[in-house]
Design a protein around this ligand. Sequence first.
Ligand code: SF4
Ligand code: SF4
Length: 397
Amino acid sequence: MSNSDYSFRRIFELEACTSCRICADVCPAVKATGNGNLSGMYRLTQLRRILRSRTALWRRLFRFRDLAPSEWKDFSQTVFKCTLCGACQEVCPSGIHLKELWLQIRQDLNHSLYYPEKIDTIRENLDESHNVFGEDNEERSDWVEECQDEPEDRFCKNSADIVYFTGCVSSFYPLAQQIPVALADIFQLAGVDFTLLGEDEWCCGFPLLGAGLDELAGNFIDHNMMSVNQKGAGTVVFSCPSCYRMWQEHYPYQGKFSISHTTEFLLKLVKENSLKFKDSPLKVTYHDPCDLGRGAREFENARMLIKSIPGVELVEMENNRENCCCCGGGGNLEMIDPELSSKITEQKIKEITATGAQAVVTSCQQCVRTITTWVRRNEVPLQVYDITRFVRKALVQ
Ligand code: SF4
Ligand code: SF4
């Protein structure tokens, strides 16, 4: 472990914390458990202690000692029991880049013995199979078989205007596969010239960053850039907010092609009159995915899309847009502590049902997965849609 895992700016920012506790008040993990040790404030206090204990001068002057192994273990647990939702960063009055710090601490812990075993699984799956589930990557576009008319080319062309980057969860997880099936349908109805990358699509690398394994992401970035470039496309469309955010922040795509999340791309199709809706009376609320909302600052495209469907009534949750509460599915938390993830989802369901909506719409396969799983297990009468499926359902054909 070393202080070099932290940028100088982030170390400097640590001193700006005033212990105001505002980050703890909005943290979904703290709210779900009542455990203040899961808060950003606690984590910063421990981190300051760790960094000082590694500095010879501080050790001599103030007798700072390194954490004992049991303290390291406890600290590691609080670090990985975080959904990386960014709600703490949004409200911190001192402007500390907390989310970036949480990622840097994970990286630091991965250079030590104190990280969860599941991190090794993520590393091995991605290394061997190029997808987060450890599945055969040749099966990445097998969801095409679920389409009404499976085309001979399985939507895999040598070149096209649009590349649809499906992402690991929507490619392999059965419940989420409904999203690419719906999007392929919409593209066909609107006459969009698109292609998939098939087995040449590798994980975007986002789970590696979330696991603190940044140094392994470069290989995935280079490969995906090469695969997209070979198709000669002008735009890459993503239905996964985390893939989209990863490309936005870490891929050198500028000047080569543009990137677009489905919320933006589908709204463009609506504005061009390429999609025709039927009357679809339903009271819905919208859940902002953390990476699309607080991450990419895209709040309105999805809402405009929903409002463009005749008969749909959109009602807001108490916490919406930049204050939206996480669904519990981020930061690899579901793999590391499924019980905590589920408790966070339970809070989310309470906020959704308080609106009186018949359905919740979101723009992320992971949010759909966590919310749907909870709703089914607990027999809550609530419909759950990704925006793509919601749009498809409302189309005339
Ligand atoms: S990122 Fe979210 S879960 Fe993690 S500490 Fe901040 S508010 Fe809590
Ligand atoms: S909100 Fe910011 S300043 Fe306040 S306790 Fe949290 S990290 Fe410190």
